[in-house]
Design a binder for this molecule. Structure first.
Ligand code: FAD
Length: 261
């Protein structure tokens, strides 16, 4: 069995303030926000599944981001801290000074609610990426499976895979109108899985599609991101199929509210 060498990179954590430059409703459930301004200077992101921490206005509408202290992130005392959530740098253009982040509009939540009303001139706090996981480039196939929160990372994977690489993307979305154009130089197959009203926490579509994937010659790397329990279950299924552990990267991108289930 071939050995594939992944690389982990660590980056110095930098906290920034980002200005909203543009907002575009890509699809019914995806809001694209382009950030820029002097705070973006020096930003870099090296892997498709990098993430930044974004700091949103608190319930008083104030941005109260942390500072970097000896113990890590430290919020100022006496004020409600800004809620923070993880987001994927979908595209970064250092020459133009622009960072694109795609926000799923899933309903209530500081991040989703902020994205729904975002407008040029507003500001967010941001930190990171703190590290990058560089997946080995010599797999015969890359299987990228995720729900709509994974779509920014999958889109970036497909953008960045070189010609000659092969990838299969399994993407679960709320409805057909949430499909996006996903250009790539690689040889790709994209399978859109539309939930049609089913819950993103319990839908079985990704799991079924993963099980139905025709076997291919050679080594496949599996990248998975979805609701935490679902991502874990898909990893466990791949484990049971005998896929080596370091050919799988499965991450919970959000946690279903079990009290509401
Ligand atoms: C590494 C990483 C990268 C990520 N990249 C992106 C990205 O690029 N774009 C993106 O949109 N998201 C991304 N996410 C997911 C995002 O961080 C979560 O969905 C986050 O919980 C949204 O915060 P919120 O404030 O809107 O909702 P929260 O306050 O966290 O949650 C409020 C309620 O909404 C539910 N909820 C949260 N997210 C969803 C969802 N997607 N669908 C349905 N219900 C939900 C929760 O269960 C809870 O009941 C990423 C997560 C990780 C870990």
């Amino acid at each position: 069995m071939a050995h594939h060498l992944h690389q982990r990179l660590r980056h110095e954590v930098v906290l920034r303030t980002l200005d909203v430059l543009r907002v575009e409703r890509l699809t019914p459930h995806m809001q694209r926000v382009t950030f820029g301004g002097p705070g973006l200077h020096g930003f870099h992101s090296t892997a498709p599944d990098d993430h930044v921490k974004l700091f949103f206005p608190n319930r008083d509408g104030e941005l109260v981001p942390p500072m970097l202290g000896p113990g890590g992130l430290e919020f100022p005392a006496g004020r409600e801290p800004s809620p923070m959530r993880d987001y994927t740098p979908r595209r970064h253009d250092a020459a133009r000074g622009e960072l694109v982040v795609d926000f799923v509009l899933h309903g209530d939540g500081p991040a989703s609610s902020w994205a729904a009303q975002a407008a040029p001139g507003q500001r967010l706090g941001a930190g990171g990426p703190r590290g990058s996981f560089m997946v080995a480039g010599d797999f015969d196939r890359y299987v990228l499976a995720g729900d709509e929160t994974a779509l920014p990372a999958i889109g970036r994977w497909l953008d960045e895979l070189p010609a000659g690489a092969r990838a299969t993307a399994l993407i679960e979305i709320p409805e057909a109108a949430d499909r996006q154009m996903l250009p790539s130089r690689a040889g790709i197959e994209v399978c859109w899985l539309e939930r049609g009203g089913a819950s993103a926490a319990t839908s079985p579509l990704l799991e079924h599609a993963l099980r139905q994937l025709p076997p291919t010659e050679g080594d496949s790397f599996y990248w998975i991101a979805a609701e935490s329990d679902r991502a874990r279950a898909m990893r466990q299924w791949l484990d049971r199929q005998g896929v080596p552990k370091d050919w799988i990267r499965a991450t919970g991108y959000w946690k279903a509210d079990t009290a509401a289930a």
